[in-house]
Ligand binder design. Structure first.
Ligand SMILES: NC(=O)c1ccc[n+]([C@@H]2O[C@H](COP(=O)([O-])OP(=O)(O)OC[C@H]3O[C@@H](n4cnc5c(N)ncnc54)[C@H](O)[C@@H]3O)[C@@H](O)[C@H]2O)c1
Length: 245
């Protein structure tokens, strides 16, 4: 039980990788896992299967709503031990076809949303003297990709913010850590629109010969959220089967 007694917050927790992380934390004995998402359709099933999971509707780009929710969680559970910044979107296009609104939407959720969530939660962790923040980047944030100017900018930005936070949040003896997980292509609803003809060559050049499964990513997040990684901060853990773009 590697999350025994911990209070955890996971954004984008209703489906895909976020849901896998929520369920993994719940199975690993977390006291409470708050699944934050804009979409509440899946919350009844999640809460029915896991009594230690609670769904909360919030848009991570809405700083007023995020601050109010974090204050409510503090009141209800007393603290937040783990924050996973997972919510993310794509609006892919070649740069000459990428609209201002495609750029703004992705920056808003993937970059500003991570900033807003961390700004709300990190002070509670620093006050408590401990905590772990894990943000989901992407191989695209490290290596770039055709048609993903906006997405690559956000995922690279998350890595840069994380390295700064590792220094900023450990001041005054606080054991508050910040790390990233950088998944390769992972079988979730997000990549349902990616044609198999695009995925096949990626699988072919991946040494481990497949795409990631949700549990592969959740296991890496579990390690960085638990005490097993107590001396790890400011790092990016690639979970991509050895893929180098
Ligand atoms: N699937 C992949 O291949 C892959 C690869 C690398 C990185 N990632 C990253 O992993 C994370 C999860 O991806 P996924 O594939 O599970 O995506 P997904 O689309 O399946 O799920 C994302 C969830 O985030 C929620 N969400 C979106 N915008 C939100 C907002 N503004 N506020 C609150 N919730 C919001 C959605 O409602 C959804 O439930 C993302 O950050 C993504 O960029 C995914």
């Amino acid at each position: 039980m590697r999350m025994q007694g911990k209070v955890c917050v996971v954004t984008g927790g209703a489906r895909g990788i976020g849901r896998g992380i929520v369920e993994t934390f719940a199975r690993e004995g977390a006291a409470k896992v708050y699944a934050l998402d804009m979409n509440d359709k899946e919350f009844p099933a999640l809460e029915a299967n896991f009594p230690n999971v609670k769904g909360a509707v919030v848009n991570v780009t809405d700083s007023g709503a995020v601050n109010a929710l974090v204050a409510r969680i503090k009141e209800e559970s007393g603290r937040i031990d783990v924050l996973v910044n997972n919510a993310g979107i794509t609006r892919d296009n070649l740069i000459q076809k990428m609209s201002d609104s495609d750029w703004d939407a992705v920056i808003d959720v993937n970059l500003k949303g991570v900033f807003i969530m961390t700004r709300a939660v990190a002070p509670l962790m620093m006050e408590a003297g401990s905590g772990s923040i894990v943000s989901i980047s992407s191989v695209v944030g490290l290596d770039g990709n055709i048609g993903q100017t906006n997405y690559a900018a956000t995922k690279g930005g998350v890595v840069a913010m994380t390295k700064g936070w590792a220094k900023e949040f450990a001041r005054k003896g606080a054991k508050v850590r910040a790390n990233c997980v950088s998944p390769g292509y992972t079988r979730t609803p997000m990549i349902e629109t990616v044609p198999e003809k695009v995925l096949e060559p990626i699988i072919a050049k991946t040494p481990l010969g497949r795409l990631a499964e949700i549990q592969d990513i959740a296991n890496a997040v579990l390690f960085l959220s638990s005490e097993e990684s107590a001396f790890v901060t400011g790092q990016v853990l690639r979970v991509d089967g050895g893929l180098v773009l």
